[in-house]
Ligand binder design. Structure first.
Ligand SMILES: [Zn+2]
Ligand SMILES: [Zn+2]
Length: 561
């Protein structure tokens, strides 16, 4: 259990006419968003995303929501609604479809196109696509859905209103309220107001920036800053941003044209996503500006712009390889300008600063959100959330999408506007809406599911702990041979160590104490192998932590002669 709530038990049977909300991910962390709604025995899922691992998850590629709570009821799933195309909302969909392949998938044009690319990579053929746009209404079983345009850091994002016999639920998805977005598609507050008039019984709202006062700066305010950066650069420019941030890429392309530079995309997801966005008309590529990366390299440096992935310091990304000078055709030169036009997702700080240091070491000039306005958030700040509460006037609020502190801050905002009932839940905590009142009624078990190469769910928390110890503290094996007839150690201990500059000779002084401890047990008549191994582990473990102040992994092996 990631978020223990010892006071909560399994939820009671859902009263007839009630709506149950089961968050499986995204409440208590930024990532792997997935919420299940249950009404009259049927289920509706909103989003199915991934969480990216940090340094505490060595060797893990992805972290998924735990489907265990609904695994026995996948047949009852009416649809999966995808609010927008970010990985933390769509990334786990292929893994859910491996468990039931024909779940209807509902989303906007761009969201489904990005998802489709992902499903093809997983060799999944999905035919049950239901393309929707703002203003559409469509029913799946007892769930009557209506979609509302919202503005976010990816085009074509939607909020969803869910009508059932239990009342009207409005889920914002990820959103902000940029009043002058590049595509002119603003968060539809008129629809929010109309739904508010009808009566929103439960309002699920994006908590990410609830602690940030005021209003999120408009995307357009980045333009003059980019322009300044391009004006100052006299060599190559490399801009890293999210591979789905179509409007950010649009601004970089337009700035490149204004400064007579040519642009190439680097990084697989950047090339793929921007191809999709261009084909569907979300990205307008000015004629003549794009070239492929090899052609670009033949131009003089002051004509080159690379738009790259890797803004979160991902070690295998194009930017990290450029920073290591291990990229196969981009050779960083002193004086190159590198712009990180991106947020810094909590947990990625060390990785990002490692890349910035790497780039700086080669003499690159690095511009990032810490020293220039080259990024604005995709999420509503406190001021915008207050507007929403005042416009919607919901009866109950459930803050979603954030760490605990973000959700608490968001709930406090709702209360300030007069919302009477704010319900706080974390992953697995069940919220029921019955007779117009939302309350926590229990919990279901949810864990983290780790994807490691080809295996899903095989890596456990305790294995990860082992990997962390191995990485940080090293590893010591101790082999002792005992003669249980004679009742004494007959060979060894043989001690081998790896990691942390151990030398095998470091262990000479502990060999005799191990022999003494094992002999003492044997002479007491205790020849149980497991207990002998534990004695070996304790003896050397105490010595290592006392004399070397380390806690390596210790593998004791006791064999009978
Ligand atoms: Zn998002
Ligand atoms: Zn998100």
């Amino acid at each position: 259990m990631s978020h223990p709530h010892p006071e909560l038990g399994a939820p009671p049977e859902l009263p007839s006419g009630g709506l149950r909300v089961i968050p499986l991910g995204g409440l208590g962390e930024v990532g792997r968003n997935m919420t299940v709604f249950e009404y009259d025995g049927r289920l509706l899922i909103v989003d199915c995303g991934v969480l990216f691992p940090d340094e505490s998850h060595p060797g893990v590629d992805l972290i998924l929501p735990d489907f265990a709570a609904i695994r026995d009821r996948l047949d009852a799933v009416e649809a999966l609604v995808l609010t927008h195309g970010h990985e933390d909302h769509i990334g786990a969909t292929p893994y859910l479809l491996r468990e039931r392949g024909d779940i209807p998938l509902v989303g906007s044009e761009l969201t489904l196109a990005l998802l489709n690319g992902k499903l093809r990579e997983h060799r999944l053929k999905q035919t049950a696509f239901h393309k929707v746009k703002e203003g559409d209404r469509i029913s799946f079983g007892p769930f009557d859905l209506e979609f509302v345009a919202v503005n976010h850091s990816i085009p074509d994002a939607l909020a969803v209103a869910i009508r059932t016999g239990a009342g009207l639920v409005l889920h914002t998805g990820d959103f902000k309220m940029d009043q002058l977005p590049l595509d002119g598609r603003i968060t539809d507050l008129r629809a929010f107001a109309r739904l508010g008039e009808e009566g929103v019984d439960l309002f699920l709202t994006d908590s990410t920036n609830a602690e940030v006062p005021g209003f999120t700066t408009s995307e357009k305010n980045i333009t003059p800053v980019l322009d300044q950066v391009f004006r100052e650069a006299d060599q190559r420019i490399i801009v890293a941003c999210f591979a789905s941030h179509v409007h950010r890429v649009q601004q970089i392309l337009d700035t490149a044209v204004a400064h007579d530079r040519r642009v190439a995309f680097v990084g697989r997801s950047m090339v793929r996503n921007m191809g999709v966005a261009r084909d569907l008309g979300y990205l307008t590529i000015p004629p003549g500006v794009m070239v492929d990366a090899k052609e670009l390299a033949e131009l003089p440096p002051e004509r080159q712009v690379l738009i790259s992935t890797g803004s979160q310091g991902e070690p295998m990304s194009a930017l990290a390889r450029i920073a290591n000078r291990s990229h196969h055709f981009v050779n960083l030169e002193a004086g190159d300008m590198v712009v990180l036009a991106s947020s810094l997702i909590p947990g990625n700080e060390n990785a990002v600063y490692r890349v910035i240091n790497g780039l700086s070491r080669w003499g690159a000039r690095v511009v990032h959100k810490g020293n220039a306005l080259v990024h604005v958030s995709g999420h509503a700040s406190a001021g915008e959330l207050l507007y929403c509460y005042n416009i919607v006037r919901p009866r109950n609020v459930l803050p979603v999408h954030g760490e605990t502190r973000h959700m608490l801050a968001n709930g406090a905002l709702a209360k300030q506007t007069g919302v009477e009932n704010v319900v706080y839940a974390e992953d697995g905590v069940v919220v029921d809406l019955v007779d117009g009142v939302a309350s926590v009624t229990g919990k279901v078990a949810v864990g983290y599911v780790f994807v490691d190469g080809q295996s899903i769910g095989d890596v456990t928390e305790s294995e990860l702990k082992d990997r962390r110890i191995l990485g940080e503290e090293g590893f010591i094996s101790v082999i002792v041979v005992v003669d249980s007839v004679a009742g004494k150690v007959s060979a060894g201990p043989e001690i081998h160590a790896r990691g942390h500059a151990w030398a095998d000779s470091d262990f000479e002084s502990i060999k005799q104490p191990i022999i003494d401890a094992v002999n003492a047990m044997l002479s007491d008549g205790n020849d149980d192998t497991y207990q002998l191994q534990q004695t070996v582990r304790r003896t050397i473990g105490r010595w290592v932590s006392g004399t070397h102040k380390r806690r390596p992994m210790i593998i004791p092996v006791v064999v009978e002669a």
